[in-house]
Design a protein around this ligand. Structure first.
Ligand code: NAP
Length: 294
């Protein structure tokens, strides 16, 4: 089967922090866009711009050549893809792309079920945060058959700049786990460095200016650092989603008999924050652990 983006009707399910922006880029590129989200209101801005609201994933799937999901948790993905009113049962020889951060095992299961039903499937999680989604500069790591990746490339290019086909189904999610393992230790380092600067009586913004352009620089220091200094702990990336990722990564690492002490510690600290009721803050709220002992 072939899916040509030129005339493709695109469906997008999951219009949260990331999905709203990603879907917006597809609409702005001139595609017919059908949308669905658990909370209806989050679709309002896109519908005002010309997207069509659908009442279920089934309705999105029935009239779309390409359907993209950007949901919260693997259980959400399982429901939207595999449920009776889901994508696999209701799409017609479509290209189905899951961009949620989810489990490699589920990605493989979805690909098998999608292929058996005559669809193409891709796991294509992303990195780059809310700013990457807003600016269409995401890194996209894809797993699936080459035909699915080739078919997906034009639509993925509307959302990202660094798009890599890693390997078979599940390889995109494994790569995303690798990404999250890097971030787990990095965000601890950023928070510790800024807590140290504050304890040393330095001006944190000046310290950031100095070290942000050196070897310590990177997304966590340069994007999250200023938010930490301002005391802005609003979610660009929910702690509850990061905990979901760290749990998947740790389970995979344990299955591989691979001890990862940095990942283990980060997960423990974030669990403590979640137990304090902070799970809906952004991941930069880890700083509170270092300065207030939360
Ligand atoms: P989010 O704001 O919670 O968005 C997820 C959206 O999916 C929500 O709007 C939610 O509906 C919707 N949803 C969940 N289950 C649904 C279902 N069964 N049917 C329809 N809609 C459903 O989260 P996000 O920050 O955009 O992140 C989305 C995914 O990308 C997560 O897996 C996250 O780990 C990953 N990610 C996030 C970032 C980031 O910086 N934010 C970066 C990379 C990857 P409601 O509106 O009702 O909640």
């Amino acid at each position: 089967m072939t899916v040509s983006l030129a005339k493709a009707h695109v469906g997008f399910i999951g219009l949260g922090i990331m999905g709203q922006h990603m879907a917006g880029h597809i609409l702005a590129a001139g595609h017919t866009l059908r949308v669905y989200n658990r909370t209806h209101d989050k679709a309002s801005a896109l519908v005002e711009q010309g997207a069509y609201w659908c009442d279920s994933p089934a309705e999105v799937a029935a009239d779309s050549d390409i359907v993209i999901t950007m949901l919260g948790f693997p259980s959400d993905v399982e429901q939207v893809w595999l449920g009776e009113a889901g994508l696999i049962a209701n799409a017609h020889h479509a290209l189905l792309i899951d961009m949620t951060t989810s489990s490699p095992e589920l990605a493989q299961r979805l690909a098998s079920a999608a292929t058996a039903a005559g669809h193409l499937a891709l796991d294509a999680p992303v990195s780059g945060g809310d700013v990457g989604a807003r600016d269409a500069k995401l890194s996209i790591m894809a797993g699936g058959e080459a035909a699915a990746f080739e078919a997906a490339l034009p639509v993925l290019r509307l959302m990202g700049t660094n798009i890599v086909h890693i390997g078979p189904a599940g390889a995109g999610q494994h790569t995303k786990m690798s990404n999250q393992i890097v971030i787990a230790s990095t965000i601890m380092g950023v928070c510790e460095g800024l807590a140290y600067a504050r304890a040393a009586g330095l001006d944190a913004a000046t310290v950031l200016q100095a070290i942000g352009g050196g070897a310590a620089g990177g997304f966590q220091l340069n994007v999250m650092g200023p938010r930490i200094i301002k005391g802005d702990f609003a979610p660009g990336f929910f702690i509850e989603h990061f905990l979901k990722d760290l749990g998947i990564a740790l389970a995979e690492a344990e299955r591989m008999n691979l001890p990862l002490p940095g990942l283990t510690l980060a997960r423990r600290l974030y669990i403590e924050l979640a137990e304090q009721g902070l799970a809906r803050l952004g991941t930069q709220a880890l700083f509170q652990h270092y300065v207030s002992g939360v």
